[in-house]
Structure formats: C-alpha cells, structure tokens
Design a protein around this ligand. Structure first.
Ligand code: TRP
Length: 328
C-alpha cells in the first residue's frame, strides 16, 4: 500500500472563529480532509502562551470554542486527527532539543518577529518564548514528519525556518527529519465590515455561526461605495465590502458586478440580497453549533482521541531522535 501523504496544520486558540478564518484557512482544511491525505489539525495552545503568558485565563475555553467551530464548519473527527498541542509533551521536548541547534540570528532575522514586536504594543513581547515561536512551530511539524503544511502567506517564513532547522538537525545527527513543504492557501481576502482586514481586535467581523439578526445588523453597517448616492449612480464594486461578500456567497457575483457598474441595482437591494444569501449559509451552521454546544464533553472526547493518535506518532519520531542524539 502506498503511504498517504501527511498534512499538519494548526491555529492558535482564539475562541469563536470568523469568516476570515473560514475562507482563509478552514475551507482549505476541509478540502484537504476530503482528499487522500492523513490530516492532523492542532490547537496551538502553547503558542498562545508565547504572547499571552500574563493572562492565560481564556486559553482553555477558547480552545473548546475554536474546536466547536472547526466541527461546525465541517472538520470531521473521523477523517482528521484533532488534538491539543499541550496534550502531547513531545512538542515541548523537541522544542528544547531544537532550541540547542537554533542560531540566534535566524530568530532575530525572522520577519514575523520584527513585525510583531513593532506592531503589538499592548503586551510585552521581550520574552524568550516569543523569540522561539518558530522553533516551537518547527517542532509541531517535524514531530509528525508532515510532508505538507497548509498555511497562509504570513506563515511562509516560519515554514522556511522549519525546513532549515530540519536540514541542520539532519546534518548533525543523521537523516531523520523531513523537510516540510507549504501548501499555500490561495485564500480569498475577506474584508471586515469597515473594509480593514477582518479581525476580532478591530471589532469588524462576522462569525462562522451567526444568528440571522446579527447578520442583518452587520450587513447593514457594511461599507459601500461612498460615491454612490442614488441607486442609478454608476457603482464601483472594487473596494466595496458588500461586493467582496457577494463574491464569496453569490454564484452570480459577476452579473452583480456589471449591474452595479451600470447603475442597475442599488446598494440597499444589493445588501438585502446578501443578507438572504448569508442567512441561508448560516442556518445549518447555527443548527450544528447549537447541537455541539449542548455537549461539551463530546469535544473533550474528540480531543482525547486525537491526543492518543497524535502521541503515538509523535512518540515514534521522538524515539528516533533520542537514538540519534545518543545521550538518552
Ligand atoms: N503559527 C501559526 C499561526 O499563527 C499556528 C501554528 C502553530 C501552525 N504551529 C503550527 C501552523 C504548525 C502550521 C503548522 O497561524
């Protein structure tokens, strides 16, 4: 039998997910899970600690809420291994070993490190764990010998780091680790209600499972073409948030684009139709989420099953690593 290719990906626990997460990553995960891959999807709760070490109170609940949304969106525990990073101690163990061979320059030069230090001002990120973020991420991937890692463009530097550290490890101790390849998610750009990037911290997001009332309320506040006063004015769909969502939810978005450009359809009507399409999409999501919410034990059960499967694989690699290091 030909071995199936293995895929691993992860998200930091952020609680309930929004449409940016869905169209940016989850949809792709669901697609992968359907194909002939062995998929591992992990909650990166230790990664959450690298920046949220001062207030850890939400990590556990956010983990459960996020897994509920994974399942709501269609991740299937029968097809994919769903687990929590902190449940598999091998991640921490490999993190320690890799940190010994990680040149500091690689970490200081990492573009995401510099960027986040500059951007995030409400937390002190001058800690060792935050600098080591890519080492922990490399441990996640290398531990499972994952060939493919679906990520967005923002994570490519981390993936390159994982490849380099695998090469360095193999040079020192023999060919054990596999250099992973990125499965670049061609993600649709999902703007927030106000046209900035959709983000929880900007308060401009629409959740994956949202009530009809909320969808209606939020679509009403969406940014539209400011140059259009009357419905018959010529519209500019590029840069219009309502149109960006039409593209995500309406099969006939191209037709809508023309209608807008020719001034044949007004923004109010366009919004109203979008509300209907989005409510249609949200209805089964809400139903599924409500069912999952009734049984949080079920989520724990899935995470426990995932833990056992992940541990089994992680332990296999760890044994090889220990043997190669000759000190264990
Ligand atoms: N750094 C990733 C992010 O912020 C999350 C992550 C942690 C990850 N470990 C991983 C992604 C391993 C892919 C593979 O999105």
């Amino acid at each position: 039998m030909v071995n199936k290719k293995r895929v691993l990906s992860a998200m930091r626990p952020t609680g309930r997910l929004h449409l940016g997460h869905y169209f940016g990553a989850l949809k792709n995960w669901i697609n992968i899970q359907q194909q002939d891959f062995e998929s591992f999807f992990m909650v990166a709760d230790l990664h959450a600690l690298t920046s949220n070490y001062a207030d850890t109170s939400k990590i556990k609940d956010d983990t459960i809420d996020m897994v509920i949304d994974w399942l709501t969106a269609g991740i299937d525990p029968k097809k994919a291994v769903i687990f929590r990073q902190s449940d598999v101690k091998e991640h921490s163990e490999l993190f320690l070993i890799l940190s010994m061979i990680t040149p500091l320059g690689w970490l200081y030069r990492c573009p995401t490190y510099k960027e986040q230090l500059n951007e995030i001002k409400n937390k002190d990120l001058n800690n060792y764990g935050f600098l080591g973020y890519p080492v922990l991420m490399a441990s996640d991937i290398l531990l499972y010998k994952a060939q493919n890692v679906p990520v967005g463009e923002d994570q490519l530097a981390h993936l390159e780091f994982s490849r380099e550290i695998a090469r360095r490890f193999n040079n020192f101790y023999g060919k054990i680790l596999l250099e992973p390849k990125a499965l670049l998610t061609k993600s649709a750009k999902v703007p927030g209600l106000d046209r900035r990037k959709m983000s929880k911290s900007y308060n401009n997001s629409i959740l994956i499972a949202e009530t009809e009332e909320e969808i209606v309320r939020k679509v009403k506040t969406m940014y539209t073409d400011p140059e259009r006063i009357k419905a018959t004015d010529i519209g500019h769909p590029e840069g219009c948030v309502v149109f960006a969502f039409q593209e995500l939810f309406n099969k006939d978005a191209q037709k809508r684009k023309e209608e807008c450009k020719q001034g044949c359809v007004g923004c109010m009507k366009c919004k109203k139709e979008l509300m209907e399409l989005m409510c249609e999409y949200a209805k089964p999501m809400m139903k599924r989420r409500d069912e999952l919410l009734k049984d949080r034990c079920y989520i724990e059960k899935i995470l426990n099953e995932g833990k056992e499967k992940a541990k089994f694989e992680a332990n296999k690699t760890m044994q090889e690593i220990k043997k190669a290091l000759k000190i264990f």
